[in-house]
Design a protein around this ligand. Structure first.
Ligand SMILES: *[C@@H]1O[C@H](CO)[C@@H](O)[C@H](O)[C@H]1NC(C)=O
Ligand SMILES: *[C@@H]1O[C@H](CO)[C@@H](O)[C@H](O)[C@H]1NC(C)=O
Length: 227
């Protein structure tokens, strides 16, 4: 018996054990296996661990997607989370290359994956409130939203959790330094059923530019001298 004699159900099961690359490679061997690769049912879980993986043509987005994780921790990408004025030109170039990558990807998710249940975005320093709010608006079944180290994200996302996140059970905004205590508290009051966790988020002191620091010190000195 040949592999292609198996029915679609068996093939899907078989494919489910393979990583994205292997699935794609196998799908390039014949039309029959290509159809299995293209079957949206195969794609209920997607994990991405580097920006380049998002650009590979080795996965399918569709209505069966339930779990999506975009998590990068590598030092190359971590650079995008530091303040712009602290970046070298090289670092700035690197960041601008994947500035819109995740945003664009999330736009596609909003259009094609209405049944998403869980999304984790970790280290995605470029994503904006708008990107996350769009996901909350489009994926009404979302139960779990985990953001980690997404420095652009603000209280606007927490506000959208209140308004659009009717199915949400768990929300994490860890190391998201631009959310505030007030935002967290409002969200907890308005949506007490949601387990909201924010490790090291609100109240973090942002880095400020050296000149500003000097200025602050001078003002402080003056105040001290005159008081
Ligand atoms: C898939 O095919 C490419 C190109 O032939 C090859 O470089 C890669 O190692 C293959 N990946 C797997 C997981 O087989
Ligand atoms: C955090 O928010 C402040 C003010 O809302 C903004 O100026 C700053 O750029 C934000 N930080 C990042 C890293 O986006």
């Amino acid at each position: 018996m040949h592999l292609t004699d198996l029915n679609q159900e068996c093939l899907l099961h078989l494919f489910s054990f393979l990583d994205k690359d292997s699935r794609r490679n196998l799908s390039l061997t014949c039309k029959h296996l290509r159809l299995t690769f293209l079957d949206p049912q195969l794609w209920s879980l997607l994990n991405f661990f580097s920006p380049s993986e998002l650009m590979k043509n080795n996965f399918i987005l569709g209505p069966f997607l339930r779990y999506l994780n975009i998590c990068w921790h590598s030092s190359r990408v971590k650079v995008c989370n530091i303040e712009d004025f602290k970046k070298t030109t090289f670092q700035r170039d690197l960041c601008s290359k994947h500035a819109s990558l995740v945003s664009h990807f999330l736009e596609c998710v909003c259009r094609m994956c209405p049944n998403l249940l869980s999304i984790s975005l970790s280290g995605c320093g470029h994503i904006t409130d708008g990107d996350v709010i769009n996901v909350l608006r489009s994926c009404r079944r979302l139960q779990r939203l985990c953001l980690e180290n997404c420095c652009r994200v603000t209280d606007a996302v927490l506000h959208a959790v209140i308004i659009h996140g009717g199915s949400l059970q768990e929300v994490r905004v860890d190391f998201c330094r631009n959310v505030t205590h007030t935002g967290l508290q409002t969200c907890r009051e308005k949506r007490p059923g949601v387990c909201l966790v924010a490790e090291r988020s609100a109240g973090m002191i942002p880095d400020i530019q050296p000149e500003e620091k000097l200025h602050v010190r001078r003002v402080l000195q003056k105040v001290l001298v005159f008081s």
